[in-house]
Design a protein around this ligand. Sequence first.
Ligand SMILES: Nc1ncnc2c1ncn2[C@@H]1O[C@H](COP(=O)(O)OP(=O)(O)O)[C@@H](O)[C@H]1O
Ligand SMILES: [Fe+2]
Length: 187
Amino acid sequence: MEKDKALCIVKEKLPNKRYVHTLGVLETAVNLAQKYGVDQKKVELAAVFHDYAKFRPIDEMKQIVVNENMDDALLLYGEELLHGPVGAYLVKQEFGIKDEDILDAIRYHTTGRPNMTLLEKIIYIADYIEPNRSFKGVEEVRELAQQDIDAALITSISNTINFLMKKKQPVFPATLAAYNYLILKEE
Ligand SMILES: Nc1ncnc2c1ncn2[C@@H]1O[C@H](COP(=O)(O)OP(=O)(O)O)[C@@H](O)[C@H]1O
Ligand SMILES: [Fe+2]
C-alpha cells in the first residue's frame, strides 16, 4: 500500500490531534530510517498505522485478544496495551498488510520487547520523540536517537518504567525484559 492511501485510512479513524501525532511519528521515523538504513516503505506503513486501533472500543479489542489467542497478559496490565497488538491484527485483516516486520513494529510499539528489530526500535522511539511530544526527558532522547538508537531506547524505556512506578501502575513484563536485554547487551 502507498503511504498516502494509508494516511487517508487512518485520518478517518483518528481524532485530529492523534492524526497530527501520527504525521509527527511518520516524519521522525522516516528520518531515523534514513540514518540507520531501514527500508523506507516499511517504516512509512508501520508509522502511519501504529495507532490505527487506538480508538476502538475496549471491549472489542479485548474480544480480539481472546479470539485470536494473543498473550493473556495483555488483559492484565492496562487497556493502553491493547491497541498495538490489535492494530497489527486489524491492518492485516482489513488491508491485507502481511509483512511481519511492519506488523511487529505496530504490535510492539507500546511495550517494546527483548531483541527488537531496527524497524521496531525506530517506531518505538519515533512515537516517543516526535515533534508534538513535550514531556520531561524528551529532549535527551531526541539527542540520543541521533547518536545511538539503543541508548535512546534504554533511556525511553527506563523513563516509561519509572513513570508507571511513580503512579503505582503495573509494568508489562516484556518492557522490563526489553530493558534488561539492552542493559545486559551493553556490558
Ligand atoms: N510497559 C507498559 N506497561 C503498562 N503500561 C504501559 C507500558 N508502556 C506504556 N504503557 C501505558 O501506555 C501509554 C502509552 O501508550 P503508547 O502506545 O506508547 O502511546 P500513545 O499514547 O502514543 O498510543 C502510557 O501512557 C502508559 O499508560
Ligand atoms: Fe500507541
